[in-house]
Design a protein around this ligand. Structure first.
Ligand code: AMP
Ligand code: MG
Length: 396
């Protein structure tokens, strides 16, 4: 077992190397219905023109613009074209009633909106405003042409991208593989929400929180377990986890107490347990079991989530093909002091005046964490800052 003091940057580097291979998973095809929040593995060229055919942008009358030289003009109505009809042919000097999305008839070059017409009888339309050729006609291929780039590789698919892929008729698409994540919370005091709390017990919040964080950052959470501070039980869960996941996150059991199940189990198996110069989240560990990397986070809920944020999130995002986390520099609204030699991640709130750190620093304050929308990232060598100073901020 390796132990010692590391800077945040050194541990980040170590974790990045350990989780680097997650990025090399082969792409796969998924149905469009499963594509939301996935990353396109290849450029997608449009297999057809959009719109696929010339169609009307309005409910109105398809006409030849030059038949409207004088206004108002009465034109005989030749018939009706609805959306879904085949292409009709417009006779000279006539109008065809047309609905939005219906094919513009051959011979017609413009659509007069219904609002600019009167209908003295069903067979006649009085056009009250002239139109130029092309008015309210959506030409084929004016959105995208067959063979043109529809979406580039690397696009993280949102609803608008799904719309474009569906519009060109694609049913499945090539996407990057998601890293498969297993989560094991440790602690004999933990119970799963849904059961009664006995004396000395608390509900497991790290399991659901880490699972949510992993999912939000492009991972597939394949198992969420929790175990007592019992090495045998932990090893059994770990065996299962490394069998189904590409990376395992654990919480708890890495400090200096008497029952540090994670450290005591993985330490003798080549794990590295170190103290990282940060607060919260100082005790960190890594191990590799059956070729699968394991990151071990401390158990306090704030420490566990800050650890995820700093160490796991960048690697998961890179593996999923998500853009890197961007930190902003924003002004402080108050003075603050910070411990020398430790990089501090302070919970805070963001408003139009800047960022305000919370007063309570306890790493157990899980309800307080929910009230934070940013982490202020204070460098290890900074001991005090004044209102108005710019600080690095991670948006949560
Ligand atoms: P540990 O790192 O195991 O010493 O745990 C530190 C603190 O975090 C203790 O107060 C634990 O009860 C608490 N804790 C550990 N794991 C969890 C969890 N999964 N959910 C909520 N609190 C936890
Ligand atoms: Mg514990």
């Amino acid at each position: 077992m390796t132990s010692g003091r590391r800077s945040v940057e050194e541990h980040e580097q170590h974790v990045a190397e350990l989780l680097g291979p997650l990025r090399e998973k082969s792409p796969l095809r998924v149905p469009l219905a499963h594509a939301l929040h996935r990353t396109l593995a290849e450029d997608i060229e449009s297999p057809l023109d959009l719109p696929p055919f010339r169609n009307s942008q309005m409910d109105g009358y398809a006409v030849r613009a030059h038949d409207l030289a004088s206004i108002p003009t009465d034109l005989p109505v030749q018939g009706v074209v609805a959306a879904g009809d085949t292409v009709a042919v417009l006779e000279p000097g006539h109008a065809l009633k047309i609905m939005t999305g219906a094919p513009v008839p051959d011979g017609a070059d413009a659509v007069v909106p219904v609002e600019d017409t009167l209908s003295p009888d069903p067979d006649t339309v009085t056009v009250e405003r002239s139109v130029t050729p092309g008015t309210y006609v959506r030409e084929a291929g004016t959105d995208v042409r067959k063979g043109d780039l529809l979406l580039p590789a690397g696009t993280v698919l949102a609803a608008r991208h799904i719309a474009a892929l569906a519009a060109v008729g694609l049913t499945s698409i090539p996407v990057r593989a998601r890293p498969r994540v297993a989560i094991i919370s440790t602690g004999s005091e933990l119970v799963t929400a849904g059961s009664e709390l006995g004396p000395g017990q608390i509900f497991n919040s790290n399991g659901p929180a880490l699972a949510a964080s992993a999912t939000a950052n492009g991972a597939d959470v394949v198992t969420i377990d929790h175990c007592h501070d019992d090495p045998e039980e932990f090893v059994t869960m770990l065996r299962h986890a490394v069998g189904v996941a590409d990376v395992v996150f654990t919480s708890g059991g890495v400090s200096k107490g008497d029952f540090e199940v994670v450290k005591d189990t993985l330490g003798p198996r080549g794990g590295q347990f170190v103290s990282v110069a940060m607060q919260p989240g100082g005790p960190q560990g890594t191990a590799v079991v059956d070729g699968v990397p394991i990151l071990t986070f401390p158990g306090n809920p704030v420490s566990a989530l800050v650890s995820f944020e700093v160490f796991a999130r960048p690697a998961l995002r890179a593996a999923a093909g998500y853009p890197p986390v961007v930190c902003e520099k924003l002004p402080l609204t108050t003075d603050l002091t910070s411990i020398p030699g430790r990089r501090q991640f302070l919970r805070g709130r963001l408003d139009e005046n800047g960022v305000t750190p919370f007063r309570g620093h306890g790493s157990h304050l899980v309800a307080g964490l929910a009230a934070a929308d940013v982490l202020l990232d204070i460098p290890a060598d900074t001991t005090s800052l004044e209102a108005g100073d710019l600080v690095k901020v991670r948006i949560l």
